[in-house]
Design a protein around this ligand. Sequence first.
Ligand code: MSP
Length: 516
Amino acid sequence: MSKPRFYLTTAIAYPNGRPHMGHAYEAIASDVIARFKRLDGHEVRFLTGTDEHGLKIDQAARAAGMAPKDYVDQMVAPFRSLDEQLGISFDRFIRTTDADHKALVQALWQRMAANGDLYLGRYEGWYSVRDEAYYDAAELIEAQDAAGATVKLSPQGTPVEWTVEESWFFRLSAYQERLLALFDGQPDFIQPQSRFNEMRAFVAGGLTDLSVSRTSFDWGIPVPGDERHVMYVWLDALANYLTGADGSGRGGLDGEWWPADLHIVGKDVVRFHTVYWPAFLISAGLSLPKTVFGHGFLLNRGEKMSKTLGNVVDPAEMATRFGVDRLRWFLCREVAFGDDGSYSDEAIVERTNADLANGIGNLAQRSLSMVAKNLGGVMPTRAGAPGETEVRLKEAFLAGSEAYFGAMNGLALHKALDALMGMVAAANGYFAENAPWALAKTDVTRMAEVLAATLDATRRIVILAQPFMPASTAQLLDQLGVAEDAREFSGFNTAVDAGVQLPPPAGVFPRITLEG
Ligand code: MSP
């Protein structure tokens, strides 16, 4: 039987600066889901990449005194290498300057034009280069600039400028009813619920036609048949998900992975993904992604990361300092997926020492070193008839793994880790209660049974922890004697055979201190 397919994507980052913790967070959370789905028996395609056209990149390239293509070629490298460092298991790193993407976007445009949804007009209104977004006057907020003058800002707090130019428009106003029908008919389309409510209210408030081309600069994909215009960068960028759906790299609109199962994006770009994107797709006669999940923002000690505040940290440096798996664990455990969350060095040290050094690491280390010391490292035989403590452990694990899978399938990554830590507590409790170190002197057969049950509980925990900490769980599964082809969830109930010789144990999660 062929495996069910699952296609997921991250937002594609603007490479007009260095990657920050927000990028790392989105990549890690998405990677956790991709790995979960693979272990859960899906054939997965995972797309990530960079968003390289538009005015913002054009201006950044100018400021750097470079041609835009040379500029992005140089700026993309740290994004890709960060993904590689963080163990992001993408199948393609797409760049919107890739040739197949350009061909696809032009084909998409032609389909929307053929449907009668594009017309030439004149745009007069507000534009934020930072957000690459048009705003209605009513959406703007007023603020004081450094000199005390009143200025208009976008709802995101970014500067806006009055823009007047000839432009192609997309008939977004014609899509209000269809979008509301989509939202109401498919309430899972936008998650979590708070973002659904916000977007539904936005669409219910009425939609105006969207300017989808520019003439005042040329760093973009030319409009087919009207090459004075380049396409609006969001039309170009959103279409990356279609380009990436074609595994052959032909750039056809009929990519075999389309429609996407899941777009993971930050809360600031949910509007583009849940209003503009489905409207473009309906116009082109294409099917719609199943879910858009808007995650929250990551803050540095509760504050927005910004160059002005001087609190932008380099995620590559953080990953090197704490270890990739500690960073991955911390971000998924500490931040409720969907909400904003905060990080600090202290919180990372505290959280990972508690969960990984004292929790999972201690459990593995204590049982494995007892097996090495007392049983020559040979996997012991399990209890014939389980006693009362084994029954309780089994019940805790049944409930825990059910909670884990429920949470993962509902994209509540933090809740899955809560459930996993509940299983760690149950296993550590079982070990302490049965005190195998005392049994070593009085009843070696019973000691061996307790160690076998503890190792099996540890194996289950580590199997479920794999999406979050791919490298350290692989080391632990080696130590636990779990064959490489027995690490998927389908093997969850298959214990390691008694008699298997285990390698010498070595600590995987040493305690760390702030000083490093
Ligand atoms: N290029 C657009 C996305 C186009 S998708 C077709 C963009 N780029 S971005 O570089 O500004 O942001 C990339 C992703 O990172 C977005 O999903 C954004 O929400 C997310 N984040 C940016 N700052 C963030 C935090 N501080 N915290 C968490 N995620 C953040 O938007």
